[in-house]
Design a protein around this ligand. Sequence first.
Ligand code: NAP
Length: 247
Amino acid sequence: MLCKDKIAIVTGAGRGIGRAIALLLAEEGAKVVVNYSRSAEAAEQTASQINDAGGEAVAIQADVAIAAEIENLFTKTIERFGRVDILVNNAGITRDKLILRMAEEDWDSVINTNLKGAFLTCRTAAKLMVKQKIGIIVNVGSVMGRVGGAGQVNYSASKAGMIGLTKSLAKELGGRNIRVNAVAPGFIETDMTETLKEDYRESIRKQIPMARFGTSEDIASVVAFLCSSGAAYIQGEVISIDGGLFM
Ligand code: NAP
């Protein structure tokens, strides 16, 4: 087991990629906090699936963009499990529009959830992990943070920001035995990409050397590896999981 008896918080873990990460970390022996913002039922179902399979999980609500809710998420996790070994910053949203039509609110909501959210969770986790003298943080970025995307200045900027956050934190915390890395998924089959028009999906597919969109499990397996001792000397890295889209 890659994560035996580790305590993991996965943000946005009721659905999509976060759900797959939560399920796999649990399968690998971790006790998992399934964070959600609005999808209570999905998060409870994810936690139940883990508990029914003999693992241990609890669903906890918190909007990652709100500092007080993040404090509460970590407080409740400590009350239940006593420590936090792994933080996976997966929660994320898109509000795609060309910049000429992009409202300030579209910018703020994406930056606040994707980037400020990761800052808030990392800050709270860092306090605990420095005291524990051990910890692992994995940020879920995106290929869009590396290559940019028309109609996605807010999203691409948030994901590029997560790369800077990851590398800076890796330098700050590396000497404290805390590893900080990121994954950069390409196009993955989830609710987030479901709304893309078929002709756009086809044009993307043609650009992917592996000629398919990825699955949530494709991302979860790399995150689980980054959380394992096999990745003990990987620090400040951003691993593309995109079928070769970005090289
Ligand atoms: P998704 O299916 O739309 O799920 C998004 C998740 O984020 C949900 O669990 C949602 O929970 C949670 N979330 C959103 N706002 C939140 C908030 N304020 N606080 C806490 N949780 C919040 O998306 P996905 O495709 O699984 O994406 C997961 C991550 O992968 C995101 O960071 C995304 O940017 C990244 N990513 C996805 C793709 C892709 O192609 N799908 C590609 C690259 C990167 P609630 O429903 O409870 O709000």
